[in-house]
Design a protein around this ligand. Structure first.
Ligand code: GLC
Length: 490
């Protein structure tokens, strides 16, 4: 975008000189409700540690702490060709990954498909058929007339799933705005395999994985310092490696206590009880009007899916409760439409380099059909900053909690997702929050550093499929169901 006017210094506080007193008071109110200080971050993180523990117990808690049956990190001799199917929150991706001879090396080809919005609230059949169609298109292009029954598929299904085995997964509940009847409480592997078979694709799912687990494994494959895999995108979540002995809910299986097992935390569900999170009335509205009220409390304050909606609700509140204060004489009807603004609008506002907030004006006009005054633009900029900063600071609590729980003093954290990769200042704000929570001395370098991950949902899925086959071959059968299929694949 082309703009006129001087560029703003990077971290300018905002120029409120010309903002009228009554609007300033509202900005101050937003600052009060959206700012999360160090003491609160620590309180949230401490409660988070307890909730992680609870999720591993037999009784369970809000955070599912799902056992993934990924029993350790790759050692580098994983080789072969794999398919990966990535069903995230926004896109569908089909990949073919060739794990190479050298440790950490791989080749990938992929096709990406935007998931139609209506699919998210459609029928189960429509979902499985859509996925099968994407896969079929990919196969026809890259593997026409080839034998497919020996090509293992890693299915990245990034929703909470109970796994008694790595090659199945019962959807606990939909997250990220999905609401498809008849899938919750069901194993998602058989219906997908059935549709594939119907389409003439005899492909076997060697592993069902979560994007965070894939991120953990793919990141560790190229950097062994990576001990946590995180997604900050449409949803938020993390995975890390636990010892079987620290997971009381699988004690009955009698596995060696020092055996590693990756845990998909599903910590978007942290504090569903609303004990510690600093919720605003906008967070309550988002929850109330979502397809699954009472679920994903932490995610609803921090994930990309919700940032634009929090912003919209705050503006709408100002418009309705203080008549005439903002957007006087403008058509504000678009502001009434839920989810009309996505996180990219906030990102664009926060990125606006111009003193006169020209790009902010543009994006507000384009998305809402409103032409804000200069004072309103300053308010809008500050509001975006507050919501983006709150999300980044709260996000750090999950990472800090895993470090505290595992007594990790220093490590790398592999992170992916649109908010992490595209939202301005997210990384720096998260790093600052970690520093405050973990009490590093001002002259100390970051001991836990959150960095860009390898492609977890593609390469990670392939690696996990490879690890599973390797384990099967070695006779370590914990968490493997379909021995017949595994035999065909090895
Ligand atoms: C949601 C899903 C979780 C996923 C995360 C990031 O929280 O429930 O499985 O890892 O989004 O995509």
């Amino acid at each position: 975008m082309v703009g006129i006017g001087p560029k703003r210094p990077r971290s300018r506080k905002g120029s409120f000189a010309d903002v009228p007193q009554n609007l300033l008071a509202e900005i101050k109110h937003f600052e009060d409700i959206f700012t999360v200080g160090a003491a609160k971050l620590k309180q949230v993180s401490d409660h988070f540690v307890k909730e992680l523990e609870k999720g591993l117990s037999v009784e369970g808690g809000n955070i599912p702490m799902n056992v993934t049956w990924v029993m350790g990190y790759p050692d580098g001799d994983e080789k072969g060709t794999f398919l990966a199917l990535d069903m995230g929150g926004t896109n569908m991706r089909v990949c073919e990954i060739i794990l190479g001879e050298e440790k950490g090396s791989f080749d990938i080809i992929q096709s990406k498909y935007r998931m139609p919005e209506e699919l998210k609230t459609g029928t189960a059949e429509e979902l499985w058929e859509y996925i099968a169609d994407c896969l079929k298109q990919f196969i026809e292009y890259h593997h026409e007339n080839q034998e497919l029954s020996k090509l293992p598929l890693g299915f990245t299904f990034s929703y909470p799933a109970t796994q008694d085995y790595i090659d199945h997964g019962i959807l606990q509940r939909w997250t990220k705005g999905f609401d498809i009847d008849g899938v919750e409480g069901q194993d998602v592997v058989p219906p997908l395999e059935a549709v594939l078979k119907k389409r003439g694709l005899p492909i076997k799912i060697a592993a069902l994985i979560n994007d965070t687990t894939g991120t953990l494994i793919a990141s560790n494959y190229t950097d062994p310092e990576m001990k946590i895999g995180c997604i900050f995108g449409t949803g938020v979540n993390a995975a890390y490696m636990e010892n079987v002995g620290s997971v009381p809910k699988i004690a009955h299986m009698g596995l060696p206590p020092d055996m590693p097992v990756a845990i998909n935390c599903e910590y978007g569900a942290f504090d569903n009880e609303h004990i510690v999170l600093p919720l605003t009335k906008y967070d309550h509205i988002i929850d109330r009007d979502s397809p699954r009220p009472g679920q994903q409390a932490f995610e609803k304050m921090t994930a990309g899916l919700y940032l634009g909606e929090i912003f919209r609700l705050a503006l709408l509140d100002l418009l309705e409760c203080q008549p005439g204060l903002i957007f006087k004489g403008q058509d504000t009807s678009k502001l009434e439409k839920p989810y009309i603004l996505d996180a990219s609008v906030l990102a664009c506002i926060e990125e606006d380099p111009y003193e006169n907030l020209l790009e902010t004006r543009d994006v507000i006009e384009k998305s809402l059909g409103i032409q804000p005054t200069q004072a309103e633009l300053e308010m809008i900029r500050r509001l975006a900053e507050l919501i983006g900063t709150r999300a980044a600071r709260l996000s750090a609590c999950g990472v800090a909690a895993i470090c505290k729980k595992k007594n990790i003093q220093s490590c790398h954290v592999g992170a992916d997702g649109s908010v992490f990769t595209k939202y301005p200042h997210f990384k720096a704000r998260g790093a600052q929050a970690l520093r405050e929570i973990l009490d590093w001395a001002p002259d100390e370098k970051d001991k836990v550093s959150i960095m860009a991950a390898e492609d977890g949902s593609g390469v990670g899925a392939a690696l996990i499929a490879a690890l599973t086959l390797k384990r099967f071959k070695a006779g370590n059968l914990a968490g493997i169901r379909d021995m017949g299929s595994m035999k065909t694949l090895v």
